[in-house]
Write a protein that binds this ligand. Structure first.
Ligand SMILES: Cc1cc2nc3c(=O)[nH]c(=O)nc-3n(C[C@H](O)[C@H](O)[C@H](O)COP(=O)(O)OP(=O)(O)OC[C@H]3O[C@@H](n4cnc5c(N)ncnc54)[C@H](O)[C@@H]3O)c2cc1C
Length: 418
């Protein structure tokens, strides 16, 4: 039987941050991931770029090291607004392999937990299954960074606001073969709102972003979408949300933050799967729409469809202290903040004019929002944090997820020091 100081289940950015920092601090660390790569939504979900947030430098060592390492692989740019988190989602898999392997993290790919053994208020060990064998691992501490709280599910724990409607998921994709200069000229002719459509030149290459939604907010790209609807080239739901970005180190590629999947019945895997099929059909429609209506896309093609569904919100743990909407306006740092941020409340909705994007103050989080209420050696980090819906919607972006993972590593290290 293998024994570790820390066993992490889930290798998205929160799990990677925790593994990287814990190992650096000298903890014997294992990371279990059901895919054959690291990064979770940031790689397999094609979620680029990292959204900007003012972190006050709290628990940002992993992000800084990620930027430095990705730069070496030509997999990162700094956008003109100072955001250093424009990564290449494919190369990031290699960067993360490299960073964690060099730090001696034991990585178990294509492995997932099947049961958890416990004793009173402690997790004792986790039974894992891979394509080769089953194995049982014990550790002093555990992190559930699966996004969906898989370990908490196996422990039959309750979840916060479990019956409430969750934010819609999306299935992201990339088109390549785009003439970016032509696209840039086309977009800036139509959309003069630089908060929505803007571009910059980095190392001689044009990078850009643009957006549209079906909410009544005076989007300058609206005539294009309305025209496509009138001509039957798009279906109404295809127009609910549209956001595009160029990709670092991938000349001529555009990453799409869409289509949103239609709502699926909670706890109905069959309905969920049907909505993923609808998502892929929507990707095909949107790709034809781009080629017909957007200059620069004439020779473009779908080069990648995310192999991880973009789940924004699922099981939020019951923490020692649930982070709430009010905490986002507190401004005053608590005694031991483990994270700071300014990314706004960002709740997607599949109903027209119901999405929320609300500015907050500078907010903070304490480790108690990542600690299991019932198990003293079990933590969560990332998008399954212990928060209410609105606080979660601000904290689920990648920079915060990385800080959460890093904070858990440091907290556990302190326990060993005592
Ligand atoms: C459509 C969409 C768009 C977004 N846009 C942005 C954006 O532009 N910028 C931004 O900063 N953030 C964005 N976000 C939010 C952000 O990407 C995620 O919240 C964040 O990446 C989550 O990181 P995580 O580590 O918590 O979880 P994940 O990235 O979901 O990682 C969880 C990991 O656990 C693994 N796992 C799950 N179950 C098991 C299991 N049973 N056994 C083993 N492993 C398991 C998964 O394979 C995965 O690797 C977006 C999210 C979505 C869905």
């Amino acid at each position: 039987m293998k024994k570790y100081d820390l066993l992490i289940i889930g290798g998205g950015v929160s799990g990677c941050a925790c593994a990287y920092i814990a190992s650096k601090l000298g903890l014997k660390t294992a990371l279990v991931e059901k895919n054959n790569y690291l990064g979770g939504l940031a790689t397999g979900g094609l979620v680029v770029p990292v959204m900007k947030s003012e972190t006050s430098g709290i628990n940002t060592e992993f992000f800084s090291d990620l930027v430095l390492n990705a730069k070496k692989y030509n997999a990162q740019i700094e956008y003109s607004d100072g955001n250093k988190g424009w990564f290449n989602p494919n190369i990031l898999k290699i960067v993360l392999d490299d960073m964690l392997s060099k730090n001696n993290v034991d990585i178990f790919f294509e492995t997932y937990p099947t049961s958890v053994s416990k004793s009173e208020n402690l997790v004792k060990g986790i039974e894992l299954s891979s394509n080769m064998l089953s194995l049982y691992i014990e550790a002093k501490y555990y992190l559930d960074s699966t996004g969906d709280s898989k370990i908490f599910q196996l422990l039959s724990e309750d979840f916060f606001e479990n019956d409430e409607k969750k934010q819609p998921s999306s299935l992201r994709f990339i088109m390549s073969g785009v003439d970016i200069k032509k696209l840039k000229n086309f977009l800036i002719k139509i959309d003069k709102n630089k908060d929505v459509t803007n571009y910059c030149k980095i190392n001689g290459e044009i990078h850009l972003t643009s957006a549209y939604t079906w909410d009544d907010k005076g989007w300058n790209l609206a005539p294009i979408f309305n025209n496509a609807l009138k001509n039957g080239d798009l279906e109404p739901h295809d127009t609910s949300y549209f956001q595009i970005f160029t990709v670092a180190g991938a000349v001529g590629s555009i990453a799409f933050n869409c289509p949103r999947l239609p709502d699926y019945a909670q706890n109905d895997p069959l309905d969920y799967s049907k909505k993923i099929i609808e998502g892929r059909k929507a990707i095909y429609r949107i790709s034809l729409f781009m080629k017909k209506y957007f200059e620069g896309f004439e020779n473009a093609y779908i080069s990648q469809i995310a192999d991880m569904t973009g789940v924004r919100e699922s099981n939020k743990i019951m923490a020692v202290k649930q982070l709430t909407y009010n905490d986002l306006f507190c401004e005053k740092p608590p005694k031991n903040p483990i994270l700071s941020g300014t990314y706004p409340i960002d709740v997607h909705s599949n109903e027209k004019n119901s999405s929320k994007l609300l500015k907050t103050g500078k907010y903070y989080m304490e480790i108690s929002s990542l600690k299991s209420k019932n198990y003293s050696n079990l933590y969560a980090a990332g998008r399954n944090l212990g928060a209410d819906k609105l606080a979660h919607s601000a904290l689920r972006t990648q920079l915060s997820c990385m800080s959460m993972g890093e904070a858990v590593a440091r907290e556990i290290f302190l326990q060993f020091e005592k």
